[in-house]
Write a new protein. Structure first.
Length: 176
């Protein structure tokens, strides 16, 4: 059985899972629909979403190509439009460990919106993947030009990070 055949609802690690996943379909959707499904942008009005859409960059990755690699400075978050991405780290033995499968309408790399600290894991396309990139530089520009939009995104980001931290704490406590 291939990784693709596995249930899309199966989470490898709840810390890395998009805890807000609303869909698991693999249908083609347009960029605005993809952005609407991302919890960072749920509170934006239609007009605010139009402004955000003008700041989003479309990227296509081939099978095996990295969206980003562990240790690289973070510059952008990615929302998966189509395809499949695996979040991976190399263990002490050099073997790759898969932390999560990132499916269409999920997002990854959101901490890069806050600072350029090194990536803690790698994100690699398992198949041809289309992603929407939102760069920290563009969020910073929004802070200056459209502070209401930026504050809505920042509050949603804080909520997501907080929920993921709580999930990580619960996971660590359960292992003790």
């Amino acid at each position: 059985m291939s990784d693709r055949d596995a249930s899309p609802l199966k989470a490898v690690d709840p810390v890395w899972t998009n805890i807000f996943r609303r869909f698991v379909s693999r249908r083609r959707i347009n960029n605005e629909e993809v952005l609407r499904q991302c919890p960072l942008f749920h509170n934006l009005t239609r007009r605010e979403m139009k402004k955000l859409s003008s700041l989003i960059y479309e990227r296509t990755y081939r099978e095996g190509e990295y969206l980003f690699e562990k240790g690289q400075p973070g510059t952008a978050m990615f929302i998966i439009k189509s395809g499949l991405v695996k979040i991976i780290v190399k263990g002490p033995d050099g073997e790759e460990k898969v932390l999560a499968d990132i499916l269409p309408e999920d997002f990854v790399g959101e901490l890069a919106l806050l600072d350029d600290s090194p990536r803690s894991a790698s994100a690699r396309a398992v198949e041809k993947t289309e992603a929407l990139a939102f760069f920290r530089e563009d969020l910073m520009e929004l802070l200056d030009t459209y502070p209401v939009i930026a504050s809505k995104i920042a509050m949603a980001l804080a909520t997501i990070i907080g929920q993921r931290l709580k999930a990580a704490n619960e996971q660590l406590a359960a292992r003790s």
